[in-house]
Ligand binder design. Structure first.
Ligand code: GLN
Length: 309
């Protein structure tokens, strides 16, 4: 077994046995029913090596991890104009916080907190019907993962649509400043559905490969995005991908990463590997507890931190 395979196996066994699992997200009723005893990990190296462990094949709700893919799509559509609508500074606030928006006149701090992600989705929606925009997002993710079976969990989308009052408040507030172009309910509808995309760790790690390969598609070698854009998306993932837990994640793991309240984390070791972990229990900042613990162990063993061995 390779060094990577051994590390992944041992980490998966260790995580399955741990009693500290965090709390599943309760504010989305459909996510509150997920069994917290699951743990999965998949690593896809830029050399093609694949290492998996635990429940790596079980689909889960990717939630905010989808924001990496919508940011990539929106940058492709409007280029750097995106940054006039959404900032790129860490927020230091919870992912669904409202306060900062008032001080900053409706401009979200970054594309990974909820307000910023809704604004990014609104950019993708402009000029399209919601169904087309959602189709574009789903097709892009299927293309990246090279897997046409990836789908939306309609129960999760409906569950969030029924209870997403906080997101509705954020979207309406931004709309009052003209930051949202489309009808609020349409932008929210696309956003809730993109968050409800279900993927396994293996599918997610495969979808993230372009960020580990300077923007190239591993199958063809052709660019999905250029190297500069890939580098910059990784930078925003490092500084903002875990909300007010981003500093802690950088300190412990040392890699760009994006978490979601479904308990998934996509983590990029540039020029080395794309890694996805999943454990549904969250810490106080809404990031997967064991997901982070597992990534810390992996980067330490592999010497993958971007800050040095
Ligand atoms: N769909 C979730 C929400 O909008 C995404 C949040 C997250 O994953 N942090 O609340």
């Amino acid at each position: 077994m390779s060094k990577l395979q051994t590390a992944v196996q041992e980490i998966a066994d260790e995580m399955r046995a741990r009693p500290d699992r965090g709390e599943v997200a309760h504010y989305i009723p459909e996510l509150a029913t997920v069994d917290p005893n699951q743990f999965g990990i998949a690593v896809v190296g830029v050399d093609g090596e694949v290492a998996t462990g635990g429940d790596f094949d079980v689909p889960f709700s990717i939630q905010s991890v989808s924001k990496v893919f919508t940011l990539t799509l929106a940058l492709g559509k409007v280029g750097d104009r995106l940054w006039s609508r959404v900032g790129r500074e860490p927020s230091g606030s919870p992912f669904n916080s409202v306060v900062q928006l008032e001080y900053e006149r409706g401009k979200p701090r970054n594309p990974f907190i909820n307000a910023g992600a809704i604004a990014v989705t609104d950019l993708i929606l402009s000029g399209h019907q919601p169904r087309e925009a959602l189709g574009e997002i789903l097709r892009f993710i299927r293309f990246l993962a090279d897997d046409p079976s990836i789908a939306i969990d309609e129960n999760v989308a409906a569950s969030e649509q029924r209870t997403g009052f906080r997101n509705a408040a954020l979207a309406n507030y931004m709309k009052s400043f003209g930051v949202i172009e489309n009808p609020v309910e349409l932008a929210l509808g696309v956003y809730f559905h993109q968050c409800a995309i279900a993927m396994s760790c293996l599918q997610l790690a495969r979808a993230g490969r372009y960020l580990a390969m300077s923007g190239r598609n591993p199958a063809t070698g052709h660019p999905v995005i250029n190297a500069e854009r890939a580098r910059r998306i990784n930078a925003v993932m490092l500084t903002c991908g875990h909300y007010d837990g981003s500093g802690e994640f950088a300190y412990r793991v040392g890699l760009p990463g994006k978490s979601g309240v479904g308990g998934g984390i996509l983590c990029i070791a540039p020029e080395k590997a794309s890694v996805a972990v999943w454990s549904p229990g969250l810490d106080a900042a809404g990031n997967s507890h064991l997901g982070r613990v597992a990534l810390e162990a992996l980067t330490k063993r592999m010497g993958w931190s971007i800050f040095g061995a």
